[in-house]
Design a protein around this ligand. Structure first.
Ligand code: IVH
Length: 674
C-alpha cells in the first residue's frame, strides 16, 4: 500500500471512530486503539507533508490564525421563525395558515424539535467533503468560520461518514445546524477559565458563540463544542426526502448528529402535549433549549406557504416561559467567603421567575459590575436557568431617573473591619485577616458540607454557633470537641451530641481527596483535589511538591500551582495539618488491592467510570478492572455493562440510567472481584 492509500484508509477509519464516539456515543474501539491509528496518520503526514489536506482529522487541532473572517453569501436565505408562547398561539397559527392551504381543514402532521439555544451554522459539502462552514449573519450573508468548525469533532469532514454506507455521496448539500456547549461541559469549562484567570462566560450560548468566533482555530479546538443538525438549506444531484421526519433520518444516516429528542406528531393536539412535556424535561437535559420548533412534516407543502418577513409560515417556534424578568436592584450586599473574597450580592425586589421567587442574584465581582455599569436603584434583567443561581444580565439604562447610585467596591471587610486588599492582576477583593470570624464560619460550613467531608449531623447552623461561641477557632478544632461542652450549649441534647460526635468520628475515614477539597485551598475544588491526589498519592507528598512539579500535571494551571504551594508553605497551615493528623484523619490514598494473578472475574464485561470514587483514583480503578479481565471505555452506550459511579457523577450517570445500564459503586466493584 502506498502512503497515500494508507493515509486515505486511516482518515476514513478515524473519522468513523470520531463519529461513533461523538455522534452515536457508542465507540467501537478503546481510546488506546484510537490513539494508535491517529498517531500512525500523524507520522505518515509528517513524512509526507504534501499529502496533508484541510479535511484530515489531524487538522482538528486547528489551523493557523486568521486576521479577519471573510463573508459568505448563503445559497438560500437562512430564515428565522415566528414565536408562539402557548397552546392557544399554536392553534391560532394552525388557523392562520389554513388560508394558504389547498383545504383549510386538511389533516396535517408535524415534527416537534428541541429549539437549541446555540449558534446557527450553515455547513456546505461538495462531493461529500466539508468545504465551507458559515455563521448565519443577517440571514443572507454570514461569516466564514470553516477553520473553526473543522475543529469540532461532531462536524463530519466527509459524508456519508460510515465508509460502508450505501447512501450515494451527495454532489452538493448544505446543512443547517446549531453549535452549542453541553451544560456539564460549560460548568467545568468556566471553572477552569476562572482558575486560569481567563474570561468566564455568562451562559452556554455566549460561550458557544465566543468560542466559534475566534480568529485562532486552536482556541476553538480547545472548547468542548458540539452540534445538532436539523435542516437542509440547499442540495443538488441527490434526492432528499420530502418529509421533515425523514429528512432528520437522512441527516442521521449521512452521519450528522441529530437530536434524538425530536418527536413525530400526528396532529396539532399532539404538538401541544409534546410542548407541555418539554417544559417539564427542559431542565433535565444536557443542553440549553429555549422552546420547541414545530414544523409541518410535508416540507414542499410547508415551503409553498411562503413567508411573513423573515419567518416561514410552515413552522413556528413555541417558546418556553421566560427565565428572564426585570426587577429593581435594591442594594448590593458584601458577602465574605471562606477564602476571604468579598463578593457582591444583588438584593432584589422579589420577582417570580419560572415559578420561583428570586430575591438574590450573583454579581460575580466588582469589575463585572463596573463593566456592565450596574447601579443601585437600576431596573435590571435577572436570569434564572435550570438549577444555576440567578444572575444579573444587565441594567435597563433607559429606565434610569438619575437617582441611581454607582456601586463602590468595599474598602474594608464588613465583618471584621480590616482593610480590603486587591491582588494585582486579580478581579477579586479580599479580606486578608486570617482570623476574620466570618471567614472561619464559612470555612467550617464548607469543610463539613456534602461536597467536602460530608459530616452527618453537622449542619451550617452548628458550624456558625460553634465558631461564634469560640469552641471552634480553627478548622481542626471540630475534631477536639468535648461532649460536656457541647451538652452545655442550648438545644444540644444527648441524641444531637451523639449524632454530631459519631458523624465526626466517621468522617475521619473520608478519602484524602475529600479532605484536601475540604481544606478550601483556593482553586482546589473536588476535581483538582482528585487530580492532585492521583498524582501524589498523599497530602504529605503534595505538600512537598514545588510549583514546577505541580504545573506538569495535566489540568493544573499556574494559578492553582501557586495557590497550592503557598498554602502549604504557610506555617499556620502546617500546624493545622498536624492537628488534623493527630486527630486521625486520612492523609494517604488506599492502594488498590493487588488483583489475584490471572483473575478473570470481570472477563467480557465493559465498564465506564465516572465521578470521584471514595478511595480509588480513576486510573487505579481502571487498572483494577483490567487486571481482572474487564474492559474500560470512555463513554456509556448500549454495550456498557456497568457504570462505576462516584460522587459528582454527571451526564454519564443520566445516560446510563436512560439506557438501563447497571450503576455500581466502588464497594460493589470490589465485591465482584472478591
Ligand atoms: S428551523 C425555516 N429548527 O432557532 C427553518 N431552528 O428562532 C427555521 N433553532 O435561528 C429554523 N433549533 O437558530 C429550526 N430544531 C430547530 C432549531 C432552530 C434551534 C434556532 C435557529 C433559528 C432560531 C429561530
Amino acid at each position: 500500500m502506498t502512503p497515500q492509500e494508507r493515509i486515505a484508509q486511516l482518515r476514513d477509519e478515524i473519522n468513523f471512530h470520531l463519529y461513533r464516539y461523538h455522534v452515536l456515543d457508542s465507540p467501537v474501539v478503546s481510546d488506546a486503539e484510537y490513539d494508535l491509528l491517529y498517531n500512525e496518520l500523524l507520522a505518515l503526514e509528517q513524512e509526507n507533508p504534501e499529502l496533508v489536506t484541510p479535511d484530515s482529522p489531524t487538522q482538528r487541532a486547528g489551523a493557523e490564525p486568521l486576521s479577519a473572517f471573510t463573508k459568505v453569501v448563503h445559497p438560500a436565505p437562512i430564515l428565522s421563525l415566528a414565536n408562539a408562547f402557548n397552546a392557544e398561539d399554536l392553534f391560532a397559527w394552525r388557523q392562520r395558515i389554513g388560508r394558504y392551504l389547498p383545504d383549510p381543514d386538511m389533516a396535517l402532521d408535524y415534527v416537534a424539535e428541541p429549539k437549541l439555544d446555540g449558534l446557527t451554522v450553515v455547513l456546505t459539502y461538495e462531493n461529500g467533503r466539508f468545504t465551507q462552514g458559515a455563521t448565519r449573519g443577517n440571514g443572507e450573508v454570514g461569516e466564514d468560520i470553516t477553520q473553526n468548525l473543522r475543529t469540532i469533532t461532531a462536524v463530519p469532514q466527509r459524508i456519508p461518514v460510515d465508509p460502508q454506507s450505501e447512501l450515494p455521496v451527495p454532489p452538493y448539500l448544505v446543512v443547517r445546524g446549531e453549535v452549542f456547549f453541553p451544560l456539564d461541559k460549560f460548568e467545568q469549562f468556566n471553572e477552569r477559565q476562572r482558575q486560569e484567570e481567563k474570561q468566564v462566560y455568562m451562559n452556554p450560548r455566549n460561550a458557544a458563540s465566543g468560542s466559534l468566533r475566534q480568529l485562532d482555530p486552536k482556541i476553538t479546538a480547545g472548547r468542548p463544542l458540539t452540534l445538532y443538525c436539523y435542516d437542509l438549506v440547499a442540495w443538488d444531484g441527490v434526492d432528499v426526502p420530502a418529509k421533515q421526519w425523514e429528512r432528520l433520518d437522512y441527516l442521521r444516516q449521512l452521519g450528522f448528529p441529530v437530536s434524538s429528542d425530536s418527536q413525530y406528531c400526528d396532529n396539532i393536539e399532539a404538538v401541544a402535549s409534546a410542548y407541555e412535556q418539554w417544559k417539564e424535561k427542559r431542565n433535565q437535559i444536557n443542553y440549553e433549549v429555549d422552546g420547541v420548533v414545530v414544523k409541518i412534516n410535508d416540507r414542499p407543502l410547508a415551503d409553498s406557504l411562503g413567508f411573513v418577513g423573515k419567518d416561514p409560515r410552515g413552522a413556528v417556534a413555541m417558546k418556553f416561559p421566560a427565565q428572564e424578568k426585570t426587577t429593581k436592584l435594591l442594594d448590593v450586599a458584601v458577602n465574605v467567603g471562606r477564602t476571604g473574597i468579598l463578593a457582591p450580592a444583588a438584593v432584589l425586589e422579589p420577582v417570580e421567575i419560572g415559578g420561583v421567587v428570586v430575591r438574590n442574584a450573583t454579581l460575580h465581582n466588582y469589575d463585572e459590575i463596573a463593566r456592565k455599569d450596574i447601579r443601585i436603584g437600576d431596573t435590571v434583567i435577572v436570569k434564572r436557568a435550570g438549577d444555576v443561581i440567578p444572575y444579573i444580565v444587565g441594567p435597563v439604562a433607559d429606565l434610569r431617573d438619575g437617582s441611581e447610585r454607582v456601586v463602590e467596591p468595599p474598602t474594608h471587610c464588613p465583618v471584621c473591619g480590616e482593610p480590603a486588599l486587591r491582588v494585582p492582576g486579580e478581579v477579586a477583593i479580599y479580606c486578608d485577616n486570617p482570623s476574620c470570624p466570618e471567614q472561619l464560619v464559612r470555612r467550617v460550613e464548607y469543610f463539613v458540607s456534602r461536597g467536602a467531608m460530608d459530616i452527618d449531623g453537622f449542619g451550617t447552623k452548628t458550624g456558625v454557633l460553634l465558631a461564634e461561641v469560640g469552641m471552634v477557632k480553627d478548622l481542626a478544632d471540630i475534631y477536639y470537641l468535648n461532649r460536656d461542652d457541647l451538652l452545655a450549649l442550648e438545644g444540644f441534647k444527648d441524641k444531637k451530641v451523639d449524632n454530631l460526635l459519631n458523624g465526626l468520628e466517621a468522617s475521619k475515614n473520608q478519602s484524602p481527596v475529600r479532605f484536601l477539597t475540604a481544606l478550601g485551598i483556593r482553586f482546589v475544588g473536588s476535581v483538582v483535589a482528585g487530580l492532585l491526589i492521583d498524582a501524589f498519592g498523599s497530602i504529605d507528598e503534595l505538600a512537598a511538591a514545588d510549583q514546577e512539579r505541580l504545573e506538569q500535571i495535566e489540568g493544573i494551571g499556574p494559578g492553582t500551582a501557586v495557590s497550592v504551594t503557598s498554602w502549604f508553605a504557610d506555617e499556620r497551615h502546617r500546624a493545622l495539618l498536624e492537628k488534623f493528623r493527630a486527630a486521625g484523619l486520612k492523609f494517604a490514598a488506599d492502594k488498590p488491592e493487588p488483583a489475584e494473578a490471572g483473575s478473570q472475574s470481570l472477563a467480557g464485561l465493559t465498564f465506564v467510570i465516572t465521578g470521584t470514587l471514595p478511595s480509588l483514583s480513576r486510573d487505579d480503578a481502571k487498572a483494577l478492572i483490567e487486571a481482572n479481565g474487564g474492559k474500560v471505555t470512555g463513554s456509556v452506550s448500549k454495550n456498557t455493562d456497568y457504570l462505576l459511579a462516584g460522587e459528582k457523577a454527571g451526564s454519564k450517570l443520566s445516560k446510563a440510567e436512560s439506557l438501563g445500564v447497571t450503576v455500581i459503586d466502588e464497594a460493589h466493584l470490589k465485591g465482584m472481584i472478591a
